[in-house]
Design a protein around this ligand. Structure first.
Ligand code: ZN
Ligand code: ZN
Length: 214
């Protein structure tokens, strides 16, 4: 198992738990505004621009095996409408809760349940190192979950004209005259064909009538 590089307390997403003193039940509330790290969001769709402010509200609770972190991140996300490609902004509020375990308190108090599940869980577990923990992976997951996969500028965005790419929301009466003229010509043609068919049909009907009369 590869260990992460040592945590740096100067990293704004690294938090210090020393104040909790490993006393179960101890509580610490923190607020911190950080600059958004790179690629915070859903790549190519919507996300928080690098360096934009992200407001963090955290509640750190000391428990037997580590520190339970509950929090909310607020930021302004930017992306574009998947239908009309207009830029859009979104007030993002992402909630999260994560357990950071003491490395030396690894299995203490944990019921020995299904070994397969344990192995899987271990890979995803986050640890406290020298009293510090790194919130970044938790923040990333929470932001992605809180963002829409298919953002739209408005719920009923009509998208773009398939003929010319115009944004239909800006121009509800949008249409193309060239298409209308051709369509009218086709309708005229259909009309004259219809008249001919009608004549033939009545003739056929008359023939049938004659047969039945005999
Ligand atoms: Zn749109
Ligand atoms: Zn058009």
């Amino acid at each position: 198992m590869a260990l992460n590089a040592r945590l740096d307390h100067r990293n704004p997403l690294v938090f210090d738990t020393h104040e909790l003193g490993r006393r179960p039940g101890a509580l610490l509330r923190l607020t911190r505004t950080i600059d958004a790290p790179r690629d915070l969001g859903i790549a190519e769709v919507i996300g928080v621009p690098e360096g934009a402010p992200v407001e963090l509200d955290l509640r750190l609770e000391s428990v037997m095996e580590g520190v339970l972190v509950t929090g909310t991140a607020r930021a302004q996300a930017e992306g574009e409408c998947v239908r009309c490609l207009e830029p859009l902004g979104l007030e993002l509020e992402a909630d999260f809760q994560e357990m950071f375990s003491y490395p030396d308190a690894d299995d203490r108090g944990r019921p020995k349940a299904e070994p397969a599940d344990d192995a899987e869980e271990d890979e995803d577990r986050l640890f406290i190192e020298d009293g510090l923990f790194d919130l970044e992976p938790v923040l990333r997951d929470a932001v992605v979950l809180a963002l829409p996969m298919q953002p739209v500028c408005q719920e009923d965005c009509p998208g773009l004209c398939t003929e010319c790419g115009a944004r239909l929301a800006d121009d509800p009466d949008h249409h193309h005259d060239a298409v209308d003229i051709r369509w009218a010509a086709l309708q005229g043609l259909a009309g004259s064909l219809g008249d001919g068919e009608k004549d033939e049909m009545s003739g056929a009907e008359a023939g049938v009538d004659e047969k039945q009369e005999k």
